[in-house]
Design a protein around this ligand. Sequence first.
Ligand code: GLU
Length: 414
Amino acid sequence: MEVNPLAVAQQQLDMAAEKLQLDPKIHAILREPMRVMEVNVPVKMDDGTVRVFKGYRSQHNDAIGPAKGGIRFHPDVTMDEVKALSMWMTFKCGVLGLPYGGGKGGVVVDPKTLSQAELERLSRAYIAAIAPIVGPEKDIPAPDVNTNSQIMAWMMDEFSKVKGGVTSPGVVTGKPIIVGGSLGRTEATGRGCAIIIREAAKRLGIKLQGATAAVQGFGNVGSATAQFLAQAGVKIIAVTKSDGGIVKHDGIDPDALLEFRKKTGNIKGFPGSSPISNAELLTLDCDILVLAALENQITKENAGQVRARLIAEGANGPTTPEADAILAQRGITLAPDILVNAGGVTVSYFEWVQNLMNYYWTAEEVNSRLERKMVEAFEAVYEMSQKYQVTLRMAAYMVSIARLAEAIKARGWV
Ligand code: GLU
């Protein structure tokens, strides 16, 4: 059955609100995004035809600061999905203590069907269409599923033109270094995932050296997480993409797999591996399961068969609330998306700060600040989970909502 991500996000909020005995007025504010824009943008195709693409930008809450969050290009994007993703961004920024609210954008498109020139025209048309509601002090987009630094550069350039020739690097993050990007941003989400996995593993008594991991998704987040885990001595035994992947029990070298994909365009057929489906990967016997693909992967249908001891949500919303309950009851620890994958937005925050002051940091400075922020956030969440005897997801929501509630009250909204 199709699960609506907005219903999932609202249910997670409702459960945390109950535990916190949250003021119902604040709860009502947080249940819906404050602003959602739908755009339909015409784009000239290479063959002379025109296609109209549907896109959205949702801004969930700006009590703590401007909206922040990525833009995804995917054929399955819906308004409710984008709303849910913007809610998760608010809570993610809250867990990390970043001075942002949540935003998220999406365009209904399969970018694989576009030429590079069409992709550029679409990226420019979309950011121009949402330009009235974005800006360094309003809402700052970034990469997400199927978008990257080149797309961010086009968007920054187009926004600067729309605004009358001002150079506005702080309007988007995840840009190439030469136009105001931050060192360490590309791999930041994966680096953060690996940090949280390390901290959670410590608490669970799992030694990373020699532990086994399966990774669903081999995009920006999955591939970087696999690399950092492998560097820590974890054996990556399986990797899948949307159309399936590979298993290799004596371990996959993620660098070699990236090289192989560069040459062949696929991960399937990697020397020494056998094919595996996404469904099989999720229930593989391993210590750590990294979910770095899309929403609704672990559901009530397969949660009973998961065999990992620790699940890390590199993607947003990969586990449904019913599945959460089953996993908790089975003693499987789940490190939630709003904590695990927050490394991306954290270094986006560093990028924005560097843009605003026009002074750029070294990679060491970025990475050590990220390390500190992630560990602090993990500790706050872990402490909350111990104090209230709740899951890490519930604890992360509680840490975040407590901060949001304070800001909402301070601003006098309730
Ligand atoms: N799209 C990423 C996320 O879901 C990054 C957002 C950002 O850097 O603003 O967290």
